[in-house]
Design a protein around this ligand. Structure first.
Ligand code: HPA
Length: 272
């Protein structure tokens, strides 16, 4: 099946199981952040039932599309992502994002777990991405034949969505500093020298996801914002050992705050 056919088939499956009312907003949940998906009043469709959806092989992720109401907003929550490092495909999320776009989504909120490079942003804290650095050199639009591939990235992280998330965090008394996220391919973590290089280049947090989705979302005309939950200080910045186990154990610390911010943001969403 071509990607176009896969997307059309998945759109029909979602409409048949979840109803045809348009989706307003899509969310992608990162490592250990799956709890929010279960709060959606609606249906869960396993990715395996949806042509063009990603193959997810990372523990701590929940591969289902949750469609329904959250704080009165009709959302589609992608409970898990496929990372570049899983199968070497930077465009792994393209089909899923095309499906939520076809279902009506106007915006995307992406979340991830990340390591911090800033002493004032600690494990358990959140960081709102004001921009990113594509440290991988990869791009999900390589091979896209149309001129639409030349996507401007000047305000890729939508100022309006960021302002709304900042207001929501303030109302919830949750600190939400802005920072620059550097995408590192993974799956190995960074070396301390790489972290020093990223710091010199202007990175505030580092992680293995999100940037390809931001590029794809902008390509599709979705407004996008992303939030990191900090699970560790980046390599060489603390004595603590970095591991995926540690990421999964620490993500829930930030996840509770993230859930409050996103719920508050959704309550105000229609006024945006
Ligand atoms: N580096 C890359 N990805 C991560 C990290 C990190 O330190 N922590 C959580 N995800």
């Amino acid at each position: 099946m071509s990607r176009k056919d896969e997307v059309a088939a998945s759109v029909e499956i979602v409409k048949a199981r979840a109803g045809a009312e348009p989706i307003e907003l899509a969310l992608i949940l990162g490592s250990g952040l799956g709890h929010l998906a279960h709060a959606v009043e609606g249906v869960v469709i396993p990715y395996a039932d949806l042509p063009g959806f990603p193959h997810v092989s990372v523990s701590g992720h929940n591969p289902g599309l949750h469609v329904g109401l959250l704080e009165g907003v009709r959302v589609a929550i992608l409970g898990a992502r496929e990372h570049y490092y899983e199968r070497g495909n930077p465009a792994a999320m393209r089909g899923a994002l095309e499906v939520v776009k076809s279902l009506g989504a106007q915006g995307l909120i992406a979340t991830n777990a990340a390591g911090s490079l800033r002493s004032d942003i600690r494990p358990g804290d959140l960081m709102l991405l004001c921009d990113h650095i594509n440290f991988s050199g990869l791009n999900p639009l390589i091979g896209e034949p149309t001129d639409a591939r030349f996507v401007p990235m000047t305000e890729a992280h939508d100022p309006g969505l960021r302002a709304a998330l900042t207001r929501a965090a303030l109302a919830e008394d949750v600190a939400l500093p802005e920072g620059v996220y550097a995408w590192y391919s993974g799956p190995s973590f960074e070396t301390p020298a790489e972290i020093r290089a990223i710091r010199t280049l202007g990175g505030d947090a580092v992680g293995m996801s999100t940037v390809p989705e931001v590029i794809l979302a902008r390509f599709l005309g979705l407004r996008v914002a992303a939030i990191s939950t900090i699970t560790n200080m980046a390599a060489g910045l603390s004595a603590e050992k970095i591991s995926h186990e540690h990421t999964k154990a620490m993500a829930p610390l930030g996840a509770a705050k993230l859930e409050r911010v996103i719920r508050h943001f959704l309550k105000d969403y229609r006024a945006l």
